[in-house]
Ligand binder design. Sequence first.
Ligand code: ASP
Ligand code: MG
Length: 432
Amino acid sequence: MENELTGLQVYKFGGASVKDAAAILNLCRIVRDFGPQGPLLIVVSAMGKTTNALEEIYDLAYHGRDYSAQLTALQSYHEQAGKEIGKTLPHPGVELHKPDAGLESLFQGLANRLADLSPNSSYDEGYDQIVSFGEALSSYLVYYALASSLDEEVYHSGSMIITDSTWREGKVDWKETEKIVQGLSFNSNARILVTEGFTGQVKDDHRTTTLGREGSDYSAAIFAYCLRAASVTIWKDVPGLLNADPKIFPDTVLYPEISYQETIEMAFYGASVIHPKTLKPLADRHIPLRVKSFLDPGAPGTLIHDCQHPPLVPAFIRKGGQCLLSFESKDFAFISEENLEVIFGALAQARLKINLMQNSAISFSVCTDFNEMRVQRLLALLQGQFRVQYNSALTLFTIKHYDAASLERLTAGRELLLEQRTRSTFQFLVRE
Ligand code: ASP
Ligand code: MG
């Protein structure tokens, strides 16, 4: 087993890189012309904005509202891609790889699940059962396209990651996952295996979980860790890791090489190029991570690994959809350790993660991602003891390796609702 997997590479393709037939055919070209000779594990996200569409469909269904138009649109979108791929590829007649049958049965399964939803069941659990279909659909289409375009056997596997039952953010059971993943039968006939990102399953009852939005990068890292892969490549619509999002900042700089630690921090602050949980498993096993452009697969991109590098240019990171919560003790007492214990406990229970926090004499403030239901839950938990106020529709900016010019550039003319600085990092919160 060990030998067969020596030198395994992991490729992760995100939503944009599989968004339609042309994109999936481009993926096939990358695998064929730029891919390794040895074993390759391909991890895919749902096509384009499918996860958002499934979230909407699920929410409608859960609340007993009509979702049929959205479901039909999603089905046509996938069928259209399947048809176009089928028309273009050299071996479309291969019975086994017919896209229609596979897609049809997946959509049938999705429709049944939606019809069976009960308003009394847990919202988050149902979410995972439905939203996970995006990856089942896309990985099937990618498998179909690769199997039809390459002169070799390709394997397709459903989710192999074992988690606990923390819905929408399954915690990985590393031991169990390692057992399953290592049991994969890579052999000379099928050196390529396609699987889904983002999804997992609960060990004993196989109910589906997901790893958190944008979690497919993390899936790729989990597989790489378990298989002691030689490297991971994340294929994106940007040339690599940049010092800012080019959609927001015009003059970005590419980092050709960067350490795990720097990247972990950037991802934590909200650099959307890599999911924050991705780096640790890779750093633990010294597995290099490449970020490359699927639009320019020959370009070197960014290499993230164990390395020393000179000080970096300032990095600008923007995290939208934030809310600022402040807590004051009802009896105007100072914020004490006892109070903080209650507040932190409630934040954990409501599953709100702290992105920034600040304490003053009688008030304590935290910035978290805004999620209406979770914030309401927090309010319900704390309202007896604290006066809680919150503002939503905020953006958190982080400047790493800031200097006077970069500070001025980002803060000029803005009202800062909260700011914080360390030696290397400056963060502030503004209205969207
Ligand atoms: N499809 C999932 C999402 O959009 C996972 C991913 O793209 O990484 O959140
Ligand atoms: Mg996605």
